[in-house]
Design a protein around this ligand. Structure first.
Ligand code: FES
Length: 45
């Protein structure tokens, strides 16, 4: 995580239905079903 306030998109995570969320402002807890886990390195899928 770089900036921590939504400016840099360094924490962007792809969503299953398109687009991204920023973990610093939209998380850190998110709905796992909404995330495109196949595109997240280390997700195990
Ligand atoms: S850390 Fe910069 S947008 Fe989240």
């Amino acid at each position: 995580m770089a900036c921590g306030f939504g400016a840099c998109f360094g924490c962007a995570v792809p969503l299953a239905d398109g687009g991204y969320l920023r973990l610093c402002v939209d998380g850190p807890v998110v709905n796992a079903a909404a995330i495109e886990t196949a595109l997240v390195p280390g997700s195990g899928h």
